[in-house]
Design a protein around this ligand. Structure first.
Ligand SMILES: *Cc1c(COP(=O)(O)O)cnc(C)c1O
Length: 364
């Protein structure tokens, strides 16, 4: 049983949950990277291995979101993201695995190899893929699609917000922090001083923040912003924290209401670069370093930028003697076999430029 339900049995009765992954995910010590950084206390949380079909941070969120969709007899889910969205792919895979149809409403982004890969894999898992040049058109098209479904099929698809960062999705990372607490008690690692995690739609970082407070862990969340500041900022983090907290408290009053612990989340903004999904030099150096030293695969949109922040903070000596946990949010399940069987011309034509135009310069 998941830690959240062990600690708060009333939640087990009230919150729908469908098991999609393998938990707890392992924690490993990064000895080689640590010795490069002059530290013997850098660890990694292997959420890249969160699921057999697909890993990464979306699995924990979807266990609650799709659990609720199944409970409420939904037939189809609709979600949103950039063309190469890992969240859209994870939703396609896990919706398919529990017998739901899915639609991905996607907007344009800088081209990269992973964009092709994720699109082809989403197609393999039967997602209905739609491409829009910008977010405003996408929002309009969403209303149109919702109405079209109502008229044509007699139902609305269930809307899953970008990144799965609804309060319900965020509960997945409250549980993740309780899971970490148990692993600390079992001596998988000492209690972390800092948890490094990307900050996108914020469900991951904010869920960990609420979960560490509830678990009584002292860890601070170093949230490395990888989207623009209008999307991810402290006000929005506070709002998501409070909504998630109220959701849990309303279902089980023994889950306390906490004050937003502003001092325990550090938003790092210097590693974002110019725009979302545009790789930076430091991020790609960090990706190469951890591949070299630890044989771990990261990427340039989220985890490379986050590791770059961790490395920079180590060099700046602010982490001297601290226990650091790098939370790996990236998937490591190899889908190349699936992807290699598909011809991109089966996709709607709006996606073809990702297969016909160059990749961004730092995508090596
Ligand atoms: C979606 C994603 C994130 C961002 O997590 P949020 O909860 O949206 O902040 C981080 N890393 C990877 C690899 C992702 O796919």
């Amino acid at each position: 049983m998941i830690e959240l339900f062990i600690r708060y049995p009333a939640l087990k009765e009230r919150l729908s949950h469908v098991p999609l992954g393998n938990f707890p995910t392992p924690i490993h010590k990064l000895d080689n990277l640590g010795s490069d950084m002059g530290s013997d206390s850098i660890y990694i949380k292997r959420d890249d291995r969160a699921g057999r079909l697909y890993g990464g941070n979306k699995v924990r969120k979807l266990e609650f979101i799709l659990g609720h969709a199944l409970e409420t007899k939904v037939k189809k889910v609709m979600t949103f993201g950039a063309a190469g969205s890992n969240h859209a792919l994870a939703t396609a895979i896990f919706a398919h695995s529990v017998g739901l149809k899915s639609i991905s409403m996607l907007f344009s982004q800088p081209n990269a190899r992973y964009v092709q890969h994720n699109l082809l894999a989403s197609h393999f898992y039967d997602a209905e893929l739609k491409h829009y040049p910008g977010k405003n058109i996408l929002i309009l098209a969403t209303f149109f699609e919702l109405l079209r479904h109502r008229v044509r099929y007699g139902y609305f698809p269930r809307v899953i917000p970008p990144g799965g960062s609804s309060p319900l999705g965020t509960v997945g990372f409250v549980n993740a922090a309780l899971e970490l607490k148990k692993q600390v008690e079992e001596r998988s690692m000492p209690e972390p001083d800092y948890i490094y995690v990307p900050l996108g739609t914020m469900g991951t970082a904010v869920g960990l923040l609420l979960g560490t407070v509830a678990a009584g862990l002292k860890s601070k969340i170093a949230a490395v912003r990888v989207v623009d500041s209008g999307m991810a900022n402290i006000k929005k983090a506070e709002d998501l924290f409070n909504k998630t907290n109220i959701l849990l408290h309303s279902m089980d009053p023994s889950f306390e209401l906490y004050r937003f612990p502003r001092e325990r989340i550090i938003i790092e903004k210097d590693f974002f670069g110019e725009r979302y999904a545009l790789f930076t030099q430091e991020a790609m150096e960090a990706v190469c370093l951890i591949k070299d030293r630890e044989d771990i695969d990261l990427e340039g949109t989220y985890t490379g930028k986050t590791l770059a922040a961790l490395i920079s903070d180590c060099k700046g000596k602010s982490l001297n003697g601290k226990v650091i946990l790098f939370w790996n949010t990236h998937n490591s399940v190899d889908l190349t076999d699936i992807v290699s069987k598909i011809d991109y011309r089966e996709l709607p034509s709006g996606f073809h430029p990702y297969f016909e135009k160059e990749f961004q310069p730092l995508d090596k």
